[in-house]
Design a binder for this molecule. Structure first.
Ligand code: DGJ
Length: 707
């Protein structure tokens, strides 16, 4: 049960989630300051946190740089500001003045607290929002800024929220880093003293970092310990600054945007930051991930209860070489394999025969699709599959009719190079006319061709983010671009309620809670090598659920790495998410097609566990393994164990896997062999899944509770 309570004598607000507490109050300076975030407390207990701040020990210290709910640039504050404004008269310091509060129920099972403030002199309003839910310990926070004056205000930094941890002797930071085709590599290191900045300056969420953090006292494990974590729902540039202060405190502030650009807030304008969601959790990193997965399903995804279909994607099979006959032939083979959604990737439009041309000309190429897309769409539907199409609406090739007609539609600065990456330029989605153009052709395309699914790609980082018509206010582009992107996707979905969308940005360049709130799944990486993928999926799943994680089985040797691993291993790795096939089926032997069809059928029998069960990472892919992940039905009636072993060194001790989440009094029958195990043995002593000898061994073990 979530509750928001107030103690009027001390001004303490207590937000209670089912298992945790968050407390704050407005201090004597008028600033909202933090009291507690952690295990559940009563309002009475929270009063013990209310003490008058000790005077600074010297004239050099100032106000502690963690401990404010939204540290501002103003007064004796020397930490990284969450809110940094410049008023028209050049004043920078913001001074808090509380103007009221509101508590309401935005939806059944949720409660929201809004604390209203303004600057003591200037009519800039700041509202801090906190939302809690009955079914989650995740607390959603965001900030709304409103310029009620008649002069512009420059928002140099407008973070969603700042979070403070209780004092611990030590702190550790977990997050992911990466690059194209090596996304979401989990890092877990001691939090250094000073400021640690995690950021994207690329205009997209990025392959290089992802906007979430987990902090612990250095003692949490996968199964035990306190973990404080937070994730930002934003798909453009972002910055998270984690602090460990010289006096040993820790906290972090997070929001949209990177340093440099500022957001102009004109008279009467309002800016709502993205949601920054925070979670305190006991039960280690595994429990934190499960809580994030549950929250994403309950409060982020548009159609969480759906089972995502098995898809086929043509990219690795055909590259740009797509035509009607070839696609129909692949579709027939995919259908025979058990595929439910057929997706034609890049290459179907305009002069798109390579990366060199065509983006922007979203008309089926007449030489390859003489009758348009309808004959292929009809054939795919006739085969009993849904039809999906690749698009990249934010981009234009310099060699395209669109660019020849509208050269000013791209992000650019006058007299500066228009840097091409992958031979493409970025359309200025912040321009209303550009966003309208994209919405127009997309809604016609989907409506005219009965398209069930779009893979929405974005294949380069932003550079030269200029908008010459806007002059002074052009920095707005970084924010408005993302808002218009969201708006186009939202309107498209509203027009075509059956449409489902995959978020992609050259693989995992744009995966975050913002894009996931309006798409159905994401493409985590262009790296489809099953061996590399185990680590990528491990990092992805720290926050994002398997239900959103598209995973294809592709051909060997892998196009990127040249590595060959058995078909079964490739399937077992892809079965950890939303299974897809991306190989060239015209070259699969009968034996491979038969084995593939069997594994697709097996996935369909267990995918409700992967997509809607709870995930337990039994062993991380940190050494020779085996790495293993388990998915358990909500009622404990079934479980699936996926095991992947890269190599099998001689003489390594056997390492049984202790299963989690089972009904302790029950017995479970293994679906394939019929062997019956007691839950106590599986939980306490573990099982040794039968793996074939040799390298690249894998197994999928499905256990069903014996009635
Ligand atoms: C990048 C994507 O991640 C790939 O899967 C593929 O769609 C290509 N773009 C197509 O250009």
């Amino acid at each position: 049960m979530s509750v928001i309570a107030f103690a009027s004598d001390t001004g303490v607000w207590l937000l209670s989630t089912p298992r945790t507490s968050y407390a704050l109050r407005i201090d004597a300076t008028g600033a909202p300051c933090h009291l507690a975030w952690g295990p559940a407390l009563t309002l009475e207990e929270v009063q013990e946190f209310v003490t008058e701040p000790a005077p600074p020990p010297s004239s050099f210290e100032g106000r502690p740089s963690v401990g404010d709910e939204l540290p501002v640039d103003g007064g004796p504050r020397y930490g990284p500001p969450s809110l940094q404004v410049r008023f028209a008269d050049g004043t920078r310091a913001f001074e808090w003045q509380a103007t009221g509060h509101r508590v309401h129920e935005p939806a059944p099972g949720s409660a929201e607290l809004v604390l209203d403030f303004r600057d003591r002199l200037h009519p800039l309003r700041v509202a801090l929002h906190y939302r809690v839910h009955d079914d989650s310990d995740v607390i959603e926070r965001w900030t709304v800024l409103r310029n009620d004056g008649d002069a512009p205000v420059a928002l140099q930094r407008a973070d969603s929220a700042a979070w403070t941890l209780p004092f611990r002797e030590d702190y550790r930071l977990s997050h992911v880093t990466g690059q194209w085709s090596a996304e979401t590599q989990l890092r877990r290191d001691v939090l250094p003293f000073g400021e640690t900045v995690l950021t994207s300056r690329r205009g997209i969420t990025s392959h290089h970092a992802n906007p979430w953090v987990m902090l612990d006292a250095g003692d949490a494990t996968e199964d035990h310990g306190q973990v404080w974590s937070a994730a930002l729902a934003w798909s453009g540039s972002w910055r998270i600054t984690v602090q460990r202060t010289p006096d040993g405190r820790a906290g972090f502030t997070a929001g949209a945007g990177h340093e440099g650009p500022y957001l102009p807030l004109g008279p009467g304008q309002e800016y709502t930051t993205p949601v920054h969601a925070g979670l305190y959790c006991e039960g280690g990193f595994g429990a934190a991930s499960r809580a994030w997965h549950a929250y994403t399903l309950a409060h982020v995804l548009p159609h969480p209860q759906e089972i995502r279909p098995v898809l086929y994607n043509s990219w690795e099979a055909t590259g740009f070489d797509v035509d009607e006959a070839g696609q129909k032939a692949l579709a027939a083979r995919a259908a025979a394999l058990g595929v439910e959604l057929y997706v034609m990737d890049d290459g179907w439009f305009g002069a798109r025969r390579s990366e060199a041309a065509g983006l922007g000309d979203w008309v089926p190429a007449p030489d390859r699709f003489p009758g348009g897309l309808a004959p292929l769409a009809e054939e795919v539907h006739r085969l009993g599959m849904r039809f999906g199409l690749w698009v990249e609406p934010e981009m234009v090739s310099p060699d395209s009719d669109l660019y020849r007609k509208q050269p000013d539609w791209v992000l650019h600065f006058p007299h500066r190079t228009r840097t091409e990456l992958r031979n493409q330029l970025v359309l200025n989605f912040a321009r209303r006319d550009v966003a309208e153009w994209a919405y127009g052709w997309l809604t016609r395309l989907v409506g005219d061709h009965g398209i069930d699914f779009l893979k929405w790609d974005m294949n380069r980082a932003i550079s030269e983010a200029g908008w010459p018509d806007r002059g002074e206010g052009a920095d707005e582009v970084w924010t408005t671009y993302v808002h218009h992107l969201y708006d186009v996707v939202d309107r498209l979905r509203a027009d075509h309620p059956h449409l489902r969308i995959e978020a992609c940005s050259g693989g995992g360049g744009r995966v975050d809670l913002g894009i996931l709130s309006r798409t159905d799944q994401a493409w985590p990486s262009d790296n489809t090598d099953a061996a590399d993928r185990v680590a990528i999926q491990h990092g992805y799943g720290q926050i994002y659920p398997a239900r959103t994680m598209a995973a294809w089985v592709t051909d060997v040797p892998n196009q990127l790495t040249g590595r060959s691993v058995p078909l079964r291993f490739r399937f077992h790795v892809a079965m950890a998410g939303v299974l897809g096939i991306g190989g060239d089926l015209s070259h699969w032997s009968d034996a491979e097609l038969a084995e593939g069809a069997g594994l697709v059928a097996e996935y369909k029998r267990v995918r409700h566990l992967v997509q809607h069960g709870t995930q337990h990472r039994l062993r991380a892919p940190v050494d020779d393994g085996p790495a293993a992940t388990q998915y358990v039905a909500a009622d404990g009636s079934e479980t699936l164990l996926l095991v992947w072993q890269r190599t099998s060194p001689h003489g390594r001790p056997s390492r049984p896997l202790r299963l989690a989440g089972l009904d302790p009094a029950a017995r479970y029958r293994e679906a394939r062999t019929g062997t019956v195990y007691s839950a106590t043995v599986l939980r306490e002593y573990g099982m040794q899944p039968e793996l074939p000898p040799g390298d690249w061994a894998s197994a999928a073990v499905h256990l069903i509770r014996v009635p």
